[in-house]
Design a protein around this ligand. Structure first.
Ligand code: DC
Length: 213
């Protein structure tokens, strides 16, 4: 009998396509999925809702320790301002420690899990048998975000979206605690000129090989 969960670790910058890929892979393999960005977003939202500062490590850590992974609501947490706030909360080491502990517990759920985020292959699940790093140019990612926002009738300006993305990349890649970077053994998939189906097939080939070994 299988005693260890099969873990698929997916990292990459905002709007790279990693979330869609993670959801599709989880559905295909019948694995549990956790978008770890939602955990940082939920902490940021809890602080905002209570009128608390986003840069006090003690307060933010205690919010992180109280987080219930079952209560994460993507619709509520997907707001643009919450993403920006989450990126600020995510620079704090003790916040990360609390969330990583919860994410690791989730990762061990049988028969397998797909986790997507910024530090899954490097920090959360360094022993995952499959690690993917999904990327795309900032311009392509901004165009995707812009179209998503327009589809929801949100006020959007392409240049503002591009500037925001670049600012978040900068913060996520250059922070001291667990910066966004590919694990040394991650497979890179650049979705700039690739459909979501093509990215899925490339990932599936890698995963099927790992599952057989
Ligand atoms: O993927 P997202 O936009 O939902 O993530 C929101 C923020 O959370 C992102 O700017 C950085 C942070 N984050 C992180 O530091 N580590 C993760 N594993 C996931 C997200």
């Amino acid at each position: 009998m299988q005693d260890k969960a099969f873990i698929i670790a997916i990292d990459g910058p905002a709007a790279s396509g990693k979330g869609t890929l993670a959801r599709n892979l989880a559905a295909h393999y019948g694995f549990h999925h956790l978008d770890t960005g939602l955990t940082y977003r939920a902490v940021a939202k809890a602080l905002i809702d209570q009128g608390l500062p986003l840069d006090d490590e003690g307060i933010a850590t205690s919010a992180a320790q109280k987080l219930d992974l079952k209560g994460l609501d993507r619709t509520v947490l997907s707001a643009h301002e919450i993403g920006e706030a989450a990126s600020k909360v995510a620079v704090m080491q003790n916040v990360r420690r609390a969330l990583v502990e919860a994410q690791r517990k989730f990762a061990d759920t049988l028969p397998g899990t797909v986790l997507d985020g910024r530090d899954i292959g490097t920090v959360v699940c360094p022993d995952a048998p499959v690690k993917l790093y999904i990327t795309a140019s900032a311009e392509v990612r901004a165009e995707r975000r812009y179209q998503e926002m327009r589809a929801k009738n949100a006020d959007a300006d392409y240049n503002e979206v591009l500037d925001d993305l670049k600012r978040r990349d900068e913060r996520d890649m250059n922070r001291e605690a667990s910066p966004l970077k590919p694990a040394h053994d991650a497979h890179l998939i650049d979705t700039s000129k690739m459909s979501i189906e093509a990215a899925f097939l490339e990932a599936k080939t890698l995963i099927d090989t790992a599952l057989r070994s």
